[in-house]
Structures are given as structure tokens and as C-alpha cells.
Ligand binder design. Sequence first.
Ligand SMILES: NC(=O)C1=CN([C@@H]2O[C@H](COP(=O)(O)OP(=O)(O)OC[C@H]3O[C@@H](n4cnc5c(N)ncnc54)[C@H](OP(=O)(O)O)[C@@H]3O)[C@@H](O)[C@H]2O)C=CC1
Ligand SMILES: O=C(O)C(=O)[C@@H](O)[C@H](O)C(=O)CO
Length: 286
Amino acid sequence: MTTEELEPAPPAPLLPLLHGHRIPSLGLGTWPMVGDECQEVVRVAIESGYRLIDTSFKYSNEVAVGRGIHDSGLPRHEIFITSKFNKESHSVDGVQRAYDDSLERLGVDHLDLFLCHWPVPAQGRYVNAWKGLVKLLEEGRVKAIGVSNFKPAHLASIIDATGVVPDVNQIQLSPDIARTVPRRAHEVLGIVTESWSPLGRGPELRENPTIVQIAADVGRTAAQVVLRWHVQQGLVPVPRSSDPKRLVENLSVFDFRLSTDQMATLASLDNGEAAARDSDLPENGH
Ligand SMILES: NC(=O)C1=CN([C@@H]2O[C@H](COP(=O)(O)OP(=O)(O)OC[C@H]3O[C@@H](n4cnc5c(N)ncnc54)[C@H](OP(=O)(O)O)[C@@H]3O)[C@@H](O)[C@H]2O)C=CC1
Ligand SMILES: O=C(O)C(=O)[C@@H](O)[C@H](O)C(=O)CO
């Protein structure tokens, strides 16, 4: 991967989390990259200015992510590492084991953020999973804890059972799947919303004529307009790219603003909550 001619972007500003840690306001998604490619992309991303790396047991790339972080040479404390565990670990002890296993694969002694990847309500054990995360936090083994793909009702269950509010909920979120209802619930509770598939994964969103027009108006790319839409609202997107130029492009969204009218135009692209993957359905989640 040739990167010598690319200027790094300034690292993303930090946002405060409920339990005292701070999270970079944009990070690198790593699914479905694996092996040498993943290791190289993680190294290049860090050298390009990324400080938040998002992985998961499910992605089978924690070893590669850890090697990429090591190759970057950056001190551990300058990097915010997130991983996630699967439904097989939805118990207090299961989460402790999953955490130790993730640490070993990543080659680090702590994570900045550990997430319950999906609630899998059909299994009925996500409250136990949350109790396991609370134990890790209370023992000072992890800096922040959270969930992913939890709906407001799932959040209510875990908070009722423990009195502990997640630092983060990572959900599917992009201008066409704007998730206004869960976002409002997060705001009330003080939960930071992370956006997965922030670019909509496929090319359709980036090719949307409304976004293309705004991009032309502000002299940026369509991907930058979409990512600016996220960060301007305090969302934390984790875009994935395996291209060095696009890695820098995606992080370079903190030096311009979208106008109120442009934000309102982008809000009109929302297809509503039904467009999101429904984590109550048994086929969704792992
Ligand atoms: N918690 C959860 O359940 C989930 C979490 N995630 C996380 O979210 C991350 C991001 O989501 P993902 O589904 O990968 O989708 P994204 O919305 O990040 O889109 C990724 C796609 O966009 C392309 N792309 C990236 N930047 C640009 C650009 N500037 N211009 C044009 N194309 C671009 C990439 O291609 P190229 O590489 O060629 O640039 C890739 O094909 C995942 O990697 C994962 O970490 C994802 C799904 C579920
Ligand atoms: O990337 C993730 O976090 C997932 O949940 C994956 O399962 C991925 O999004 C996917 O949909 C695989 O089909």
C-alpha cells in the first residue's frame, strides 16, 4: 500500500462518555477485512490520523487489528480500541472470558470499549451480558462499556436491572436510515450514538442526487458530506475503507460545516425506522 504522498488528517476531536473516558468522534470500521489486508489498513489508518478502531470477535480479525496497531508504533494510550462479543457469551462469566480472549487476540491489556454486539432477544440473556460488562467496568478492567443494535426497550431492560447506563449504543445509521427515535432515547440517557454502515455500505447513498448536489455546493465528496452529517450531530461514524486516499478523505470532515438548510435537506432522505435491520427478529444478530 503506497501512502508516502498522502498527508495525514488531524485526528478527530474527542467526545465525553458517561463513565469518564473520551471517544474519538470518528473511527475506522474493520468488517469484513481480515488477515494481512486488515493489518495493513489498520496501520495505514492510524498513520493517516485515525485513533478509534472498531472490531469484533465476529469479524475474525482481532489478531490482524492488534498487529496493525502494533505496526503503527503509536503508544497504546493514544488509540481507542473497541471490540464486541457474540450471543454465546451472554452471561456474567461468559463476558469475562470473551474479554480475556479479545485482549489476547488483540495483544493488549485492556480495551477502551467493549460492546454486546446484538441483543438477540430470542435467546433472552442480554441482561446477563450487560451484568458481565458492568462487572468489567466496576473492576476497572475496561474504560467504557456499551451495546450495539439495542432498541430503546432493550436499553430500558438493562438499565432497570443494573442502574448502569451504557456509554455507547452502536446502531445502523445513515442519512437514509436516520434513526431519530432511538437517537432521542440515547440523548435523554446520555448515551453516545455510534453509526455503523455510516456511508450506507453500498454506492447508492453516495450516488444520491441530493447528496451529490450538496457535495458540489460545498466542494467536498459525497462521502464527506455524509460523514459531516454524522459528526455535525454528535454521532460517531465508523466508516470502513481499504483505500489509503479514501481513509484520509473520510477523516477530513472536521474543517467545514453544512448549513441548516443542507442539514434539513439531508433529513428529508430518511426512510424511517422500518428501513433499519430489526434486532428483535430472530434472523438478525449473532
Ligand atoms: N455493530 C454492528 O452490528 C455492525 C457494525 N459494523 C461496523 O461498521 C463499519 C462500517 O460499516 P460498513 O458496512 O463497512 O459500511 P460503510 O458505510 O462504512 O461503507 C463501506 C463501503 O464504502 C466504501 N467507501 C468508504 N469510503 C469511501 C469513500 N470516501 N468514497 C467511496 N467509497 C467509499 C468502501 O469501499 P473501499 O474500501 O473500496 O473504500 C466500502 O465498500 C464496519 O466495518 C464495522 O466495523 C457494520 C455492520 C454491523
Ligand atoms: O459487521 C457487523 O458488525 C455485523 O453484524 C456483520 O454481521 C455484518 O454487518 C453483516 O451483516 C454480515 O452479513
